[in-house]
Design a binder for this molecule. Structure first.
Ligand code: HEM
Ligand code: HEM
Length: 287
């Protein structure tokens, strides 16, 4: 999916560049006999092309979900969507003749820009975030990390049974009070709100380091060889937990970053459609 930018050797980039170049030259050389604006013959031409482009860009939402369509591949459509959507920025701006004001016309224009700029972010996200996601997970899947944590937890609980009660309770609380995911903002910030209870007091356990710190302190005090080995094993297990949790937090965050922008892109597109209809209606009524 990430290769949509180079799809068919940049066919749609070329089409978009040629189209915007030709229309920009015409814009520069044409003399409408009045200030250049949306109401000249060329203004109407650019406005119509822009409005048709917007309708077509919006149709992408349907095309994307039509798995049986034989009308090109989704990758090809996305490539065209991205490049022609960017070209639209030039064409619609020329259509306005740079006449902006506090009115529904400029509202349509502003919404269009918002849709386009959120689209830029989306295109960036679709190219770079999957690479970052793969690098973060390395060779295994997110599910395997969750399973690995469950396995580590079982081992810790087993080893903790032999420890003094305060320590054993602390370890169990550290496992129980590990936080991952949460609401949207928490997923996005990847902030670790994990904590633990030690001797009836609540401590932060960010990145499992509170727990590891307590275990290391305990290790420095023990004299029995057998207990030291046990503690080292648990510290090692918490180290593995720490690593997996960190990877999963980043994974969750990237997944949100990959999806969240569409919640701006799509509603803004619909608002744009409404404002555009108002714009076209109002120019036909008042003109
Ligand atoms: C079928 C499509 C379109 C038609 C027929 C059309 C028509 C017009 C007309 C007649 C004007 C001149 C109005 C005036 O000078 O008072 C105008 C201006 C304008 N149009 Fe369009 N337009 C279309 C599409 C678009 C699109 C797609 C956008 C951007 C999303 C847009 C944004 C604007 C803006 C910002 C102005 C300048 C308004 C001003 O002078 O304050 N138009 N349009
Ligand atoms: C006014 C201009 C635009 C409109 C109205 C528009 C509209 C849409 C719509 C309706 C979707 C379908 C989303 C869905 O249903 O899941 C979409 C997807 C998308 N758009 Fe746009 N778009 C515009 C411009 C752009 C631009 C300029 C870019 C990038 C440079 C872009 C990048 C994307 C991407 C990456 C997707 C996601 C495709 C996917 O999830 O498979 N869009 N857009």
């Amino acid at each position: 999916m990430e290769q949509f930018l180079t799809y068919a050797n940049g066919r749609y980039l070329k089409i978009s560049l040629v189209l915007t170049f030709i229309l920009s030259v015409v814009y520069l050389i044409h003399e409408p006999g009045q200030p250049k604006n949306g109401g000249t013959w060329f203004g109407y031409t650019l406005g119509t092309i822009s409005a048709l482009l917007i309708l077509w860009l919006m149709y992408f939402g349907r095309r994307k979900r039509d798995y049986f369509s034989t009308l090109g591949t989704v990758k090809g459509w996305l490539s065209a969507h991205v490049y022609l959507g960017t070209g639209l920025l030039v064409l619609a701006t020329l259509h306005t003749g740079f006449q902006f004001g506090l009115n529904v016309h400029t509202l349509a224009y502003a919404l269009m820009c918002l849709a386009i700029f959120s689209g830029f972010y989306g295109a960036w996200a679709y190219v770079y975030l999957p690479i970052k996601k793969r690098a973060n997970l390395k060779t295994i899947s997110a599910e395997e990390y969750y399973l690995a944590i469950e396995d580590v937890d079982r081992q810790i609980i087993k080893l903790a049974k032999d420890l003094p009660e305060a320590l054993s309770l602390m370890l169990n609380s550290a496992i129980e009070r590990t936080e991952i995911g949460g609401n949207l903002l928490e997923q996005l910030s990847a902030e670790d709100k994990s904590c633990l209870i030690y001797k009836d007091e609540l401590y932060a356990n960010v990145d499992q380091s509170g727990c590891i710190h307590l275990l290391v302190e305990e290790l420095s005090k023990v004299t029995e060889q057998h207990r030291a080995v046990q503690l080292k094993q648990i510290i090692d297990l918490f180290g593995r937990r720490q690593k997996s949790l960190k990877i999963l937090r980043y994974h969750i965050k990237t997944n949100v970053l990959l999806k969240l922008w569409l919640n701006i892109h799509v509603p803004v597109s619909f608002a744009l459609l409404a404002a555009l209809m108002a714009h076209i209606l109002s120019v036909f009524i008042y003109w």
